[in-house]
Design a protein around this ligand. Sequence first.
Ligand code: ADP
Ligand code: MG
Length: 732
Amino acid sequence: MSELAPRRLRQLGELSVDQLRHVGQRRVAALRELDVESILDLLGYYPRRYVDRTRRVDVSELTIGDEAAVYGTVATVRARRTRQGRSMVEATIEDGAESLDVVFFNQAWRSRQLVVGAQVLLYGRVVEYRGRRQLTNPVVDVVVGASADERDAGRVGRIVPIYPALGKAGLTSWEMGGFVEESLRRAGPLLDPMPDWVLAENDLVSRTQAYRAIHRPAALEDAERARRRLAFDELVRLQLLLALRRRRLERESSGLVQRADVRDLDVGPGEVGGSLLRQFLAGHRFQLTGAQRRVLGDILADMASPVPMHRLLQGDVGSGKTVVALAAMMITVDHHRQAALMAPTEVLAEQHLASIRADLAGLRVADEAVLGGSRPLNVQLLSGRLRVAQRRSVLEQVARGEVDVVVGTHALLSEDVTFRELGLAVVDEQHRFGVEQRALLRAKGAQWSQLGAEPDLLVMTATPIPRTAAMVLFGDLEHSVLDELPPGRVPVTTAWAQTAADEARSWQRVRDEVALGHRAYVICPLVEESERVAAAGAVEEHARLSAGALEGLRVGLVHGQMASAAKEAVMQAFRTGELDVLVATVVIEVGVDVADATVIVIEDAWRFGLAQLHQLRGRVGRSDLVSFCYVFGAPPADDGRQRLEAFVACDDGFALAEIDLALRGEGTILGVRQRGRSDLRLASLTRDADVLAMAHHVAGRLVEADLRDQAALVDELRLFVGDEEAAYLFKS
Ligand code: ADP
Ligand code: MG
C-alpha cells in the first residue's frame, strides 16, 4: 500500500487483512470469525460505543443500586469454588486510588480474559457485599490487553472505541483499533464517490475523514459526524439501487394503456349509463371519501400511461381500500381485460368474493359472443380448496376470458392458471405475502397478457408502514395513502382488562351489545407451536365461554384447522346474525368486514405485535356504532407491557407503526429484505429519518442526471449489489 491515487472501496475489498503487520495466521482466523477478511471488512467493523476516558465515573462516586460503566485496570484475579461447588472468579479493578470488587459466577473463563494489567470497561449494577461496593457478573469489554506491546500509552486517546462481539474471537478492542489504524494510515486518502455538491449541500464530511473519525474520534461529536456520513452512504446506495431498479422496470416493460375519463370519478349517485367505472361508482352505496377520490386520480393516471403501474396503496384498517381496487378493476374490464385480486387467506378470498359479487351485481359487460351483445359481469373464486372439477371449469372460463374478475389466494400463481388477458392484478394485504410472490406475480402477469405487455399492479396494505421503512422496503413502488376514514366513524374505545373484575365487566359488555343486536369477536391467544395447537385452544375456549361468561348467547367457532366450507358456513352465520359471538384464532385477523360487530376481546394480547393488534381492533368500529376493544392478559416482560400501553392510548395505525419501530428496532421490518452487503449497519430508520430523506432526494437527482458521469459511484454500487443484479441494473 503506497502513496497512489485515492483508493476505492473495491481495492480495499481486495486486500486481505494478513497484509497487516501484526496479523498472522492466528489473527486471520480470529478475524474471520467476525466475518472480517478484507481491509474493507475491517474498516466496516464499526465501534459499538466509545468511552471518554477523561469523563469516566469515579469508583468513589458509585452509588449502590446504580447501573454503572467503570473503566479501570485489573489489579488482582482469583478463581475458586464456592461451598456449593459453583465456580467463582473474583477480581479487583483499580481506578486511580480507588478499587472495586468484581465477582463472576459460573464464568470460569473470566480468569483467562481478565489478566492483571489489562484495561477493561465493565457495565453492571452496583451492589453492596460485606460493606464494599461490588459488580456481579458485569458485561466486560477488554479495551487494552496486558502484554507490553499493547501498552503503547501514546495510542490510547481521550476517546476509546469499543468494538462489538470481540470476546468470541479472543481479540481486544485495543487490537482491533490497532489494525484499523494501520489500515487507514497505509491506505492513505480514500476516493470519495460523492460529487462535491452532495457533500456541500448536506453538510457531510469526506469519506476519508469519516472512516478515520468513526474509528478514532478526537471528540464524540466527530464520531457522530462520521457516523452520519457513513449512514448516508448506506442509505444512498440503497436508494440509488431502488431508483435504478424502478427506471429499469420502466424502460424494459411495456405496459397497457388503459384510459378512463376522469370525470367518471365524480359521477353523482344514481346517474345511469356510460362506462363500467361510471356505473359502478354511481351505483355504489357510498360517496367516495376525499382520500379515495384522490388515490383513484393517481391510479387513473398510472393506468393510462404505457409504463406499467406499480403502486402501493396504504390505508389504515377500514379506510375503504376495497372500493378503490374495484374501481380500478372496472377500468380494466372497460378495456375488455381481466382483473385478479389476490388475498392472503381462504377466508378473506371467500369474503371478498361475496362482497365483490354484491357490489358489482347488475353490471353488464359488452360481449359480441352472446346474443344481445352483453352478459352479466362475471366474478369467480380460485382458491386452493375448490374441488377438482369445479377448479377445472373456472380455469377454462378464465382462459377463455369469460370471467372478468378472479378472486383468489396464492393459488392464482400456480402453473396451470392462464388468463385470456390480464389487465390488472391487485394484491390485498401485501404484508402477508413475500417479496418473491410480488415478483412472481409480475412475471406471470406479463406471460398472461397480450404481446407480453405487463398488467398494472396495485398492492394494498393495512399494516401502516412508517414512511421511512416504506422508502427502504418498497422504494421501487409508487406510493399512495388513504389517510381519511369514511365519515361517521367513531373511535373504538379500547381498554386493558388487568383484573378479574375488569374481565367480568368486558364479558358483561359483550352481553349488553348482543342484547342491542350487535355482534362480538373473541380472539384466542396466539400460539407459536402450530395452527393445530391454536385450534385446540380455541375449541377449549369456545366450550368454556359457552358454558360460562357467555352462557345463553349463540357462540360460534372458527379456526384454521376447519375445512373451508365449514369455516365459510360459520362466517356466514356470523355475518347474517345467526350467531352473536365468534370465537376465533387469528384467521380473522385481516379484512373481515361485519359492520354490526361492536366488541372484540383479545386474550393474551401481549403475544401479538402492535400492528396485528391494530388489525384486530379494526374488525370493529366499521360503522357509526360505538365500539369496544378489550385486551386481556398480564405481559411477562416490559416490552409486552409497553406495547399494550401504547395500543390502549393510540388509535392511529401510522402512529402505532412508528411506536412499534421504536420499540422493536428495524430488524423485524427489514427482515424480509434480502440480506447482503448493502445492509444497513449504521443507519437507523428511526434515528436517521432525516438522513434517509436526504439520501432519497440525492439518489433521485443523481439518477435523473444520469449516472454515466459518476464512474466511481457506479463502481461502488456494483461492489455492493453482486454481479447478477449489477448486470441487470447497468446493462445499457
Ligand atoms: P379496508 O381498507 O380495511 O380494506 P374496506 O374496504 O373493507 O376497508 O372498507 C371498510 C368499510 O367501509 C366497508 O364496510 C366499506 O363498505 C365501507 N366504506 C368504504 N368506502 C366508504 C365510503 N366512501 N363511505 C362510507 N363507507 C365506506
Ligand atoms: Mg381490506
